[in-house]
Structures are given as C-alpha cells and as structure tokens.
Design a protein around this ligand. Structure first.
Ligand SMILES: Nc1ncnc2c1ncn2[C@@H]1O[C@H](COP(=O)(O)OP(=O)(O)OP(=O)(O)O)[C@@H](O)[C@H]1O
Ligand SMILES: [Mg+2]
Length: 202
C-alpha cells in the first residue's frame, strides 16, 4: 500500500485533522483508502465511527491486518512519536507529512523532530520523503511570519498553509472531511489542499 505517515511529536499540531481529511480526499477520488490510528486516544477511529454510511468509504487497519494490497494507507500518529518507534514505522512509509502550528512552542518542538527525521536512514537514502504543512495559519499574523522565518533554512518542501477555520472543526464532529462538505463553503480550503494532493501523486 502507498503509505503516508502524518507525524509531529508536538500535541495538537493537526495530525488527526490532516489524516482524516487526507483519507476523506482519497475516498472521494474513488481510491481504496484505509486509516491506521496509532494513537491510544483513537481520535481518528472515533471520527471514522461517526462517518455517515452514504459517504465514500474509508477502511480501518491495525497492526494485526495485512497491508500488502493496493490502495492507500494513512497513518495518524500520537504526540511524542520519536526514537525506535519512529524508525520502525519509517521502514514501511513512503511519505511523511509534518503539520506545524505557528507558535513558539510548536516551532521549537518541531525543529528537533525535523532534525531527527533527517537523520533517519530511509529519509537519508531517499526511500521516504518528508514535507511540511502549516496548520491554522492566518497569513496576516506575526505568527505566520515567524513560521515563514522558521521554514527558510529547513531544506524540505513546504506544501501549503491551511487556514484556521471552523470548517475543519465542524467536519470533524460529523465524521466528515472538508471534501464531504458543500463545495461553496470549503472552496478556499480545497484550493489550499491542492499542493498536498499534487505532492502525494508525484
Ligand atoms: N486548520 C484548522 N482550523 C481550525 N482548527 C483546526 C485546524 N487544524 C486543526 N484544528 C483543531 O486543532 C485541534 C488539534 O488538532 P488535531 O487534533 O488534529 O491535532 P493532533 O496533532 O492530532 O493532536 P494530538 O497530538 O492530541 O493527537 C483540534 O481541535 C482541531 O479541530
Ligand atoms: Mg491526534
């Protein structure tokens, strides 16, 4: 399976939001897509359990199930993921998306993680590709400027910034992704997703 890991050891960075929306996007494309929730809090699985039956389906996988088939596997990971567990996961992953919230604490924590990722063998050898997505970014704020400054020396693609919007919050309550919502309501958000989609398929 084409496997995408969403990771940032900082809590609340937007991992589950990114994972569930990514799975929702792929499902809408008619792709076979599965979520594997590595977090003990099981937020992604909770979301999946709320998903209305009339929406494009998303499967569920875990450590016990076979992952050798076709399709996409989206891995939502817990806060604090690093070290041995991270290295082990990276062996099976093709792409890693790191969501970052533009706050001082988040940037500091993420810097360490990006360094760690860069030292991982599969990343060094070009078997796994890392990209960054700015989460809850309001372009007019000083925080957004700080995020841009932080990302300048980081030698990784910064795919996009997703704005801070209740669309993600509302969708999450209903087991939906933004791709399941009225297009007129989420047009700006879907636009912001385009670079992620392009990178996934590259
Ligand atoms: N672009 C956004 N706009 C508005 N709210 C957002 C956005 N992205 C995430 N959120 C909200 O921020 C909070 C944290 O997001 P999320 O749960 O996805 O982070 P996480 O990294 O999975 O957290 P944890 O480390 O606890 O698993 C949630 O309440 C979520 O709804
Ligand atoms: Mg989460």
């Amino acid at each position: 399976m084409k496997t995408i890991l969403i990771a940032n050891p900082k809590g609340g960075a937007g991992k589950t939001t990114l994972s569930t929306n990514l799975a929702g996007y792929l499902a809408h494309q008619g792709e076979d897509v599965f979520l594997w929730d590595l977090d003990r809090q099981k937020s992604a699985l909770h979301w999946l359990s709320q998903r209305p039956a009339n929406l494009p389906p998303i499967g569920r996988l875990d450590a016990t199930k076979d992952k050798s088939g076709a399709g996409w596997l989206v891995l939502d990971s817990p806060a604090g993921l690093h070290g041995e567990k991270l290295s082990e996961l990276l062996k099976r992953v093709e792409k890693i998306i790191v969501p970052i919230v533009p706050s001082s604490f988040d940037l500091a924590a993420t810097r360490t993680f990006l360094n760690e990722l860069g030292d991982e063998k599969s990343v060094r050898k070009g078997r796994a590709f890392v990209a960054i997505v700015g989460m809850r970014v309001d372009a007019r704020t000083r925080a957004a400027e700080k995020l841009d400054d932080f990302l300048v020396p980081v030698d990784l693609p910064v795919l996009t910034h997703l704005r801070d919007t209740q669309n993600y919050v509302t969708a999450a309550f209903e087991g939906k992704s933004i791709f399941d919502m009225a297009p007129s309501q989420v047009a700006q958000d879907i636009e912001q997703w385009q670079p992620i989609i392009k990178w996934l398929r590259s």
